[in-house]
Structures are given as structure tokens and as C-alpha cells.
Design a protein around this ligand. Structure first.
Ligand code: HEC
Length: 112
């Protein structure tokens, strides 16, 4: 009887541990508005304010003309696949779809 009770609690303990582990995995990195991500991954080439650097030929994301010339699909594609022939690197292996989506949203919010 005693044996069964301890086994029961052991199983319960492992189960609880697995459950918490799964929840933690699902949650993943804390979601942010894209701003923190932009500062971490993009600001070194695009500037913390998204204005870009002429020397690097990065576009000024605050310019309404630049914004109007790019669709959401183009932004998403460029962030995922990079731009061949330019310094813009692909991020499809290092960013999730949700992260790319929040970056597109963030870039849109930079428009003056
Ligand atoms: C190593 C430097 C570098 C990094 C890091 C970088 N970019 Fe770029 N990015 C560029 C350059 C250079 C261009 C301009 C390409 C060109 O000449 O059209 C560019 C262009 C773009 C464009 C415009 C594409 C177009 O079609 O005009 C978007 C959108 C963009 N980057 C988003 C991002 C985002 C989001 C990140 C971070 C996840 C990022 N970039 C990180 C260098 C970089």
C-alpha cells in the first residue's frame, strides 16, 4: 500500500514537471512589440530610430515615400529572405513568423 502511494506521488510529480515544462516551451520568449527585437537585430544597420545610414544604403523607414513603396508582403519577404546583392541578411532561420510580423508592424509604426 505504501509503495503504491509513493509511486502515485512520484508520477504526479513528474507529470507536474512535464506540464510546467511544456507550458514554458510553448510560451517561448516573451512577446514584445517588435521594438526590442528591432534594436537587437536590426538597429546596427538600420539605426535605433529606423532612419537608416546613408553609408550602408539602408532606407529611411520614417520616410512616408519609403513606406509607400513597400507592401507588407515585401517587408515580410525581405526580412525572411534578405535581399540578394545587398547587405540585408535573411532572418528566416533566427526569427519566428510572429517575430517577423511584429517587426513589420514596428517598421510601419516608424512612419512620420
Ligand atoms: C548587416 C546589416 C543589416 C541588418 C542587420 C539588417 N538589415 Fe535590413 N537592410 C540592410 C540594407 C543594406 C538594406 C538596403 C538594401 C537595398 O539596397 O535595397 C536593407 C533593407 C531592408 C528593408 C527594405 C527592403 C526593400 O525592399 O527596400 C527592410 C524592410 C529591412 N531591411 C528590414 C530589416 C529588419 C527588420 C532587420 C532586423 C531583423 C534588418 N533589416 C537587419 C542591411 C541590414
Amino acid at each position: 500500500m505504501r509503495f503504491q502511494v509513493t509511486t502515485f506521488f512520484k508520477v504526479l510529480g513528474v507529470g507536474t514537471f512535464l506540464l510546467i515544462f511544456c507550458i514554458a516551451l510553448q510560451a517561448g520568449p516573451a512577446p514584445d512589440g517588435g521594438g526590442d527585437l528591432f534594436k537587437q537585430k536590426c538597429a546596427m544597420c538600420h539605426g535605433a530610430d529606423g532612419k537608416g545610414y546613408p553609408a550602408l544604403k539602408t532606407p529611411d523607414f520614417t520616410d512616408p515615400k519609403v513606406q509607400a513603396s513597400l507592401t507588407d508582403e515585401e517587408l515580410t519577404k525581405t526580412i525572411k529572405n534578405g535581399k540578394t546583392g545587398t547587405a540585408m541578411p535573411p532572418f528566416k532561420d533566427s526569427l519566428s513568423d510572429d517575430q517577423v510580423k511584429s517587426l513589420v508592424k514596428y517598421i510601419r509604426s516608424l512612419k512620420k
